[in-house]
Design a binder for this molecule. Structure first.
Ligand code: SF4
Length: 242
């Protein structure tokens, strides 16, 4: 399915956050416009665009990564660089497209340090991540997904639990106050780094986890719950308690 992007002009900032054309979730549109002018943390100083999120805002499945990189910062869209292209391929192999799910990040602006006049990516700090929850929580509430799939360990440590171990806990369902259930999978950037010597780097696991998350989301959306997706593996604290 093709999605065109329409510009929305923000008089205060002159920023043009890209929103999917045909977006009908007014709460999300208003949030994206407000977020485009956000200066709640230091990442606002050097960002080019806020990558708020995009996709099907009525989807039962939301994918949440850590934060935008260089390409995402340039385009104001999440997961559109090399890692995003791999994620798109994995979605395709799972029988989905970007427009079947909603894609976002825990932090909406690129985290980077400037070294010798050049931006070098770094993980968002706890302070920056906490600051951006002002957008993440209402964003998820407006979408009201059945399932959240955390893309990568940092997102899982933010949304599931601080000591989340991606190698042993990926693909498992956890309870959440943000959706009916939440699970995590490998980050496509990690997979790309590990694709050598004939190894798929964990790509097949990414596809399997997307299939698993989508099937759970559809079951829950249709009211057909089962023990695996309704009984938490571990009780989780509220985001504000993490
Ligand atoms: S990272 Fe989030 S809280 Fe910080 S300036 Fe960007 S939108 Fe605002």
């Amino acid at each position: 399915m093709h999605t065109a992007y329409r510009p929305i002009h923000n008089a205060a900032m002159g920023v043009i956050p890209p929103l999917p054309s045909g977006e009908t979730n007014e709460a999300l549109i208003e949030m994206a416009i407000a977020a485009s002018a956000c200066t709640a943390c230091g990442l606002a100083e050097r960002r080019r665009n806020v990558a708020f999120g995009e996709g099907n805002s009525r989807s039962p499945l939301v994918l949440v990564g850590e934060g935008p990189g260089d390409t995402e910062d340039a385009l104001g869209r999440p997961f559109v660089g090399k890692a995003g292209q791999l994620l798109e391929r994995a979605l395709g192999e799972a029988g989905l497209s970007r427009n079947d799910v909603y894609i976002a990040n825990t932090v909406k602006c690129r985290a980077c340090d400037w070294v010798n006049g050049r931006p070098i990516n770094r993980p968002p700090t706890d302070i920056e991540t906490m600051a951006c929850r002002r957008w993440l929580e209402p964003q998820l509430a407006a979408i009201d997904p059945r399932v959240i799939l955390c893309i990568g360990a940092p997102s899982a440590r933010n949304l599931i639990k601080r000591d989340f171990k991606i190698t042993v806990e990926r693909g498992k369902f956890f309870s959440s106050n943000l959706a009916k259930t939440v699970l995590a999978t490998l980050h496509p950037a990690y997979i790309l780094r590990n694709q050598h010597g004939g190894s798929d780097g964990g790509y097949s696991l990414l596809v399997a986890d997307i299939v698993k998350a989508w099937e759970a989301a559809i079951r829950l959306r249709d009211g057909r719950t089962r023990q695996e997706s309704t009984v938490p593996t571990e009780s989780q604290p509220s985001l504000f308690e993490v």
